[in-house]
Write a protein that binds this ligand. Structure first.
Ligand code: GDP
Length: 445
C-alpha cells in the first residue's frame, strides 16, 4: 500500500531533515516536490493544491523550538495534513448494526471486490462481535455471482439466502428481509448486482432495492487501484443512491494510493474499510492515523515533534506567567493569549466551558465576538513589526493604516485592538504591583 508515494516522500524528507538550517525557499522546494509526488500518486489536483497550501501556511506561521529542526517540523505538518485529508471531520464510525436485523446494502461496479468484501465483513461480524449474519446475492444477471456468495458463505460459516430462480432483485431483497427477521439474524448483507459501468438500469435497480430494504448502511466497494476513477464512481453512486461509506479494495497492491487521499475531500464520504488481499480476513478498518503513518513512515520524527511542541507550549506558558507576575503584557502576550483561545475551541468553546455562560454566549455572538474576530486580531498583531509589538504606543497614523491594510482590515479595527490591549496591560500592571498576579499564579500552578 502506498509504496511509491511513500518512497517519494521519504526521499524529499530525508534531504530536508538532514539539513540543519532551512530557508523558506528550501521548504517551498520540498513542498513543490511533495505536490508532484501527490499528483503522481493520482491524488486529485484540487486536493493536492489545498494540501500544500495548508502545510505552507502552517510552516510559515510557526515557531520552531530549539530541539527540532525546521525539516522535522515540516514532516510533522505534512503528517497532520495527511491525517486531516484522510479522516475529514472525524474518524469513521463503526458499522451501524443495532436494531436487528440491520441491513447493509453492498453496491459497486462488477469486479470491484463486492462479493468478496461482503463475505469478509460478514465473517468479521460473526467472529469478532458474535453476530448472526445472513447474506443474499441480488445479482439476477449472473447466476455465478450468486453461487460464488454461497460458496464463500460455506467457507466462512455464514448462512446465505437459498437461491430461487426467476426472482427479481427486489423480490429477493424482500424475501431476505423476511428470512432475516424470522430466522433471528442480527445482520443482513445484500450483495447487489454490479455492472461494468454505471448505467441507468443498474442505478434504478439499486434505488428500488434500497427503498424496499431500508438499509442502515450503504457501502460502496471500489477498486483502490483505479485511483481517481474510484473517486468518480463514489461521487456518482453517492449522488444517485446515497452511500454511507466506502470500502477500498486491492490496497495490498502497489496502487498509487491517490483514491484513499482524495476520497473524503472530494466525496465527503468516509472510507470505512480497506481490502488487503483475497483471503477472507484480509480486511481492516480504515484508520487515518495509521495510514498516514504508513505513507510517511516517519513515526519517530512525528513523535519527537509532538513532544517538543508540548514542552515548547509548557515553557511558553511559564514564561508568560512570569511576565504577568511582573505586570508585563505586550502585544506578543496578547497574541499568544488569543491563539490559545482559538486552540481551546475559540470563543464559543471557551464560554461553553464556563457554567451559566449560555446567555453570555448569545450576547457575545450578538456583539460579534467570535472566532473570526480572534483571527482578525491575530492577523493585525502579525502585521506589526517586532518593535511595535513590544511597544504599541509608538504607532503613528501612517503605520496604523499600513498594519490594518496588511491584515485586510480597517484602522478602527486596529484601534479597538490597541484599546483592548491597553486595558489588559493596565490591569496587569496594577495586579503586578500589588503582587496579586503572583498570588493568582501561585494558586493555579
Ligand atoms: P465483484 O464482482 O465486485 O463481486 O468482485 P469479486 O468479489 O468477485 O472480486 C473480484 C476479484 O478481486 C476476486 O478474484 C477477489 O479475490 C479479488 N479481490 C477482492 N478484494 C481484494 C483485495 O482487497 N485485494 C486483492 N488482492 N484482491 C481482491
Amino acid at each position: 500500500m502506498f509504496e511509491s508515494l511513500s518512497e517519494r516522500l521519504g526521499g524529499v524528507f530525508d534531504r530536508l531533515t538532514k539539513q540543519g538550517a532551512l530557508t523558506e525557499a528550501d521548504v517551498l522546494t520540498a513542498l513543490r516536490e511533495v505536490r508532484v509526488a501527490l499528483l503522481e500518486a493520482d491524488v486529485s489536483l484540487p486536493v493536492a493544491r489545498d494540501f500544500i497550501k495548508r502545510v505552507q501556511e502552517k510552516a510559515t506561521g510557526s515557531a520552531v523550538t530549539k530541539s527540532i529542526t525546521p525539516g522535522q517540523m515540516v514532516v510533522k505538518f505534512v503528517h497532520d495534513e495527511l491525517v486531516r485529508v484522510l479522516q475529514g471531520d472525524g474518524q469513521a464510525d463503526a458499522l451501524k448494526i443495532d436494531n436487528p436485523p440491520a441491513t447493509i446494502l453492498m453496491v459497486g461496479l462488477q469486479g470491484s471486490g463486492k462479493t468478496t468484501t461482503t463475505a469478509k465483513l460478514a465473517k468479521r461480524l460473526k467472529d469478532r462481535a458474535g453476530k448472526r449474519v445472513l447474506m443474499a446475492s441480488l445479482d439476477t444477471n449472473r447466476p455465478a455471482a450468486m453461487e460464488q456468495l454461497a460458496i464463500l458463505g460455506g467457507q466462512i460459516g455464514v448462512d446465505t439466502l437459498p437461491i430461487v430462480k426467476g426472482e427479481s432483485a427486489v423480490q429477493i431483497a424482500k424475501r431476505a428481509k423476511t428470512q432475516a427477521s424470522l430466522g433471528g439474524y442480527d445482520v443482513l448483507f445484500l450483495d447487489t448486482a454490479g455492472r461494468l459501468h454505471i448505467d441507468e438500469v443498474l442505478m434504478d435497480e439499486v434505488q428500488s432495492v434500497r427503498d424496499i430494504a431500508q438499509p442502515r448502511e450503504v457501502l460502496l466497494v471500489v477498486d483502490g487501484l483505479t485511483g481517481q476513477d474510484a473517486v468518480n464512481v463514489a461521487s456518482e453512486f453517492d449522488g444517485k443512491v446515497g452511500i454511507s461509506g466506502v470500502v477500498l479494495t486491492r490496497m495490498d497492491g502497489d496502487g498509487r494510493g491517490g483514491a484513499a487521499l482524495s476520497m473524503r475531500a472530494v466525496t465527503g464520504k468516509p472510507i470505512r474499510f480497506v481490502g488487503l488481499g483475497e483471503k477472507m480476513d484480509a480486511i481492516e478498518t480504515f484508520d487515518a492515523e495509521r495510514v498516514a503513518g504508513r505513507i510517511l513512515g516517519m513515526g519517530d520524527i512525528v513523535a519527537l515533534v509532538e513532544k517538543a511542541q508540548e514542552t515548547f507550549e509548557a515553557e511558553q506558558a511559564e514564561r508568560m506567567a512570569k511576565r504577568f507576575a511582573k505586570g508585563m503584557f505586550n502585544m506578543n502576550d496578547l497574541r499568544m493569549q488569543l491563539e490559545q483561545m482559538l486552540k481551546m475551541g475559540g470563543m464559543q468553546g471557551l464560554m461553553g466551558m464556563l457554567p451559566g455562560m449560555a446567555k453570555h454566549q448569545a450576547a457575545a455572538a450578538e456583539a460579534g465576538i467570535d472566532d473570526s474576530m480572534l483571527r482578525r486580531q491575530i492577523a493585525l498583531i502579525h502585521s506589526m513589526t517586532k518593535r511595535e509589538r513590544a511597544n504599541p504606543d509608538m504607532l503613528q497614523a501612517s503605520r496604523k493604516k499600513r498594519i490594518a491594510a496588511g491584515a485586510g482590515l480597517e484602522v478602527q479595527d486596529l484601534n479597538r485592538l490597541l484599546k483592548q490591549h491597553k486595558q489588559m496591560a493596565d490591569m496587569m500592571k496594577k495586579m503586578g504591583k500589588g503582587g496579586m498576579m503572583k498570588n493568582i499564579i501561585r494558586q493555579f500552578t
